[in-house]
Design a binder for this molecule. Structure first.
Ligand code: 5GP
Ligand code: MG
Ligand code: MG
Length: 192
């Protein structure tokens, strides 16, 4: 992938070393995914389920591009130990408000890495007996996958690098970048 220099984005620009996916590339792919999704779920009134907060931008753009009736709901998880990059068990800190028994559920995720988070959440949702349960993930990092999870809809395969932007954070920062990029090495040094 060719190296693209970040456009000016105020205070945040100096922290970004490289853009992996531009705003245009992301928007175009989200539109394509919306097309595929609407074919599967036409007349099924699916519930799109997202995990806060990383999926915020993807969910908003996907919903606006979906020309079918849908509902949307969110849940939130915490990794034990608080560091979202550590592998390990997660715990539900905010549950869905929608009963999903008998409903067609599309699980919408921003990024899948080891698959541990998604695996835990899918098991939890499956126990509620939805009519169907599929996964749509925007950024797939295949390299460190520990659990094989069928991804019905997938945006991009990306390398095993820590990315920020388009909803993805580093210590709650950088979510508002409209592109996905890499942080300069110096940014990772502890400054909490
Ligand atoms: P998994 O359980 O699949 O290893 O990790 C999933 C979670 O780790 C994601 O939902 C996200 O919160 C976090 N994560 C994984 N890779 C990245 C990344 O490159 N950037 C950011 N900001 N978070 C990531
Ligand atoms: Mg996520
Ligand atoms: Mg995070």
């Amino acid at each position: 992938m060719s190296r693209i220099h970040p456009p000016e984005f105020g205070d945040l620009s100096p922290d970004i070393s490289e853009i992996l996916l531009t705003e245009n590339q992301i928007q175009q792919r989200v539109g394509e995914l919306a097309g595929e999704i609407s074919e599967l779920y036409r007349d099924k009134n699916p519930v799109l389920v997202g995990v806060l907060k990383g999926v915020l931008f993807f969910m908003a753009d996907l919903l606006r591009a979906l020309p079918i009736a849908t509902e949307v709901d969110f849940l939130s998880v915490a990794n034990y130990g608080g560091d979202s990059r550590k592998q390990g068990p997660v715990r539900l800190v905010k549950d869905l408000e929608t009963p999903i028994e008998g409903r067609h559920v599309l699980f919408v995720e921003d990024v899948i890495d080891t698959g541990l988070t998604l695996n835990y959440l899918l098991r939890t949702l499956k126990a509620r007996q939805p009519a169907s349960l599929e996964v749509c993930v925007l950024f797939n990092k295949p390299t460190k996958r520990l659990i094989d999870i069928p991804l019905r809809f997938k945006g991009f395969d990306i390398p095993d690098r820590f990315v920020v932007g388009y909803g993805l954070d580093f210590h709650e920062k950088y979510r508002n970048l409209p592109f996905v990029g890499l942080l300069k090495p110096g940014v990772f040094s502890p400054k909490l």
